[in-house]
Design a protein around this ligand. Structure first.
Ligand SMILES: C[S@@+](CC[C@H](N)C(=O)[O-])C[C@H]1O[C@@H](n2cnc3c(N)ncnc32)[C@H](O)[C@@H]1O
Length: 284
């Protein structure tokens, strides 16, 4: 069995990781970091004149709670929920696509890309659309180099974008661009807030970074910007309140100080701020 199938079974099979576990117990997303993230998404929807948000891969629905408090109508989509055939409003997928299992490939000693098997050993020669995707988006150079073939993510996102009617879709994830792909790929496991070996037995989350540029190519006029840039445009700032406020209004000072700390985490260029937002050009 190829790794992609094992990965799929491990996360979404009858006893899979996401059938049993809550994401927040195992890793921290922007949604968990601060309500400021959801408030920025609400501003984006409002600036685009949209009153509904569809949150795909909603986890425990934390983003939806913030958005509802901001007056938006929210549809959470999780495993087993059928994606509506027509999507209206602002569609958000925060850290969904890195959890969409994809084929893994490695260059063998003869320079031929081969699929990786469930136990990460070399299998069949990569062919067809997978080979085309590799050549276009992630050419492998040296024997032992590894890639995650992003086709499954591109297809999943293309399916979402193809259902839009009077709506816009934004995918937010950690990822890379063609000129910065990591030589050995990014396959990683997470368990209880820590990285672990990505063993496909259902005991841990398994994730791989998203090829953000190939994803943007399935969106008409698609582009990639960093989360830091996107959130700054949407008014998030990590500026600390003036110290003077601590004397005139200490409670407000403390609340603004705490918000500045949360904003700093969302904007951190070495962390969440480096995430990519894939969106139609001109939306921000
Ligand atoms: C990393 S979690 C992100 C949760 C949340 N969006 C957040 O930012 O905290 C990925 C989520 O995507 C969900 N998921 C995976 N495949 C899905 C699918 N085909 N349809 C809906 N949800 C899916 C998983 O169940 C999981 O809750």
């Amino acid at each position: 069995m190829r790794f992609r199938q094992a990965w799929d079974d491990a996360l979404y099979g009858p006893d899979g990781f996401y059938r049993r576990e809550r994401p927040a117990q195992h890793f921290r997303t922007s949604v968990h970091a601060s309500a400021l993230f959801g408030q920025a998404i609400a501003r984006l929807a409002s600036a685009a004149g949209l009153t509904q948000v569809v949150d795909i891969g909603a986890g425990s629905g934390e983003l939806g709670r913030v958005l509802r408090a901001e007056g938006l109508d929210v549809l959470d989509i999780e495993l087993d929920d059928e994606l509506p055939s027509v999507l209206t409003g602002l569609v958000i997928a925060n850290e969904w696509l890195d959890n969409v299992p994809c084929e893994l490939a490695e260059l063998d000693d003869q320079g031929t890309p081969r699929y990786l098997q469930h136990d990460l050993t070399l299998g069949d020669v990569v062919e067809g659309n997978d080979l085309d995707w590799l050549s276009t988006w992630w050419p492998l150079a040296e024997p032992g180099d590894r890639a995650e073939i992003g086709l499954a993510r591109d297809e999943a996102w293309s399916d979402v974008v193809g259902r839009l009617d009077k709506g816009l879709a934004v995918a937010i994830d950690y990822g890379h661009l063609r000129d910065g792909r990591p030589a050995y790929g990014t396959l990683t496991g997470f368990r209880d807030g820590r990285e672990c070996a990505p063993v496909a037995d259902g005991s841990c989350d398994i994730t791989a970074h998203v090829a953000l540029d190939s994803l943007a190519a399935v969106v008409p006029g698609g582009t990639v910007i960093s989360q830091r840039e996107a959130l700054q445009v949407l008014g998030i700032t990590a500026a600390r309140p003036a110290y003077e406020l601590s004397r005139t209004d200490p409670l407000r000072y403390l609340s603004e100080l705490s918000a500045a700390g949360e904003a700093a985490e969302l904007l951190d260029p070495g962390g969440l701020g480096a995430f990519g937002w894939v969106l139609p050009e001109g939306l921000l």
